[in-house]
Design a protein around this ligand. Structure first.
Ligand code: SAM
Length: 269
């Protein structure tokens, strides 16, 4: 997977791409990340990348020319080719006005060969970039950031985790929160884990079993795999009810889930 990031703050990426899974994936050759300084594509003496908005108003807007020229230098396929089914490249504008980035979008992006991320600043990017050059706009959440760099970092990190080989234990990415296609893992032996199947992950605990009087749930040290799996699913459902009830409307529940949920909420599902 190749990530190309277009930004006016190239140094921003010095830290975030040099830790943990992203660093290991880069070192293993699973992902390549190139950061392109948009000022290198500005032609005036001051390397100007922004200008005042037509129609008046506050702030500055990133100019289209450096962005178009940078994308042309990367020799990506024309937009028409990129929006065809099966296309392997995507040019994305980071924008608070974009479609919401989530785990499903990350899974879709992880099947591509090249992702180009355009980071806005100031009031945003000249709209012609979204209209004629990019093939999608993505937002990482309903809030306004100062720039697209944090959004690009979030996307690179989330997508990289889904590239086969990037995370040592594939099972962990299959079972995590929001992963709709996750499945309980068949195994040779008894299985005490449970996949989120689109809900939130279950709570995790580690040693010591007792810390400052706080003990881990007894079932987790019982050795009864089936009971542990049931407890975990119930806890995942409880946490989802408490923190993200919206997920329950979108995720199909099996009979066991319905029974557990009825006990949690005291209502029939
Ligand atoms: N005027 C814009 C608006 O109200 O939608 C906000 C511009 S923001 C200050 C500057 C840049 O930060 C945007 O061009 C975009 O690249 C990035 N940005 C801000 N919020 C974002 C979000 N929620 N997701 C992704 N990128 C975001």
């Amino acid at each position: 997977m190749q990530f190309d990031i277009l930004t006016i703050f190239a140094d921003f990426f010095r830290g975030p791409m040099q830790y943990g899974i992203v660093r290991r994936a880069r070192e293993a050759g699973l992902v390549k990340i190139e950061v392109h300084d948009l000022r290198a594509f500005a032609h005036d003496r001051h390397r100007t990348v922004d200008d005042r908005p037509f129609g008046g108003g506050e702030g500055m807007v990133l100019k289209p020319e450096p962005i178009f020229e940078c994308i042309e230098a990367l020799e990506v396929l024309p937009r028409g080719e990129r929006i065809k089914p099966g296309a392997k490249q995507s040019v994305i504008v980071l924008s608070a006005q974009g479609r919401r980035f989530n785990q499903d979008v990350a899974s879709e992006l992880a099947t591509l060969d090249q992702i180009i991320l355009i980071c806005g600043r100031y009031e945003g990017v000249d709209e012609r970039v979204s209209d004629f050059l990019a093939d999608r706009e993505l937002s990482i959440g309903d809030y306004v950031l100062s720039g697209g760099e944090l959004g690009a970092t979030v996307i690179v990190d989330t997508v990289t985790r889904l590239i086969p080989g990037a995370v040592g234990n594939v099972a962990s990415t299959r079972q995590e929160s929001f992963t709709a296609h996750s499945e309980d893992l068949p195994g040779d032996g008894p299985n005490s884990t449970c996949a989120s199947r689109g809900l939130l992950d279950y709570p995790h605990y580690t040693r010591p079993a007792e810390f400052r009087g706080m003990t881990v749930p007894e079932v987790l040290v019982s050795g009864d795999h089936d009971e542990i799996r049931r407890w975990r699913r119930r806890s995942a459902l409880e946490k989802t009810v408490r923190n993200r009830p919206d997920l329950l409307e979108r995720v199909p529940l099996n009979d066991e889930d319905k029974e557990l949920l009825a006990r949690i909420t005291g209502k029939e599902c």
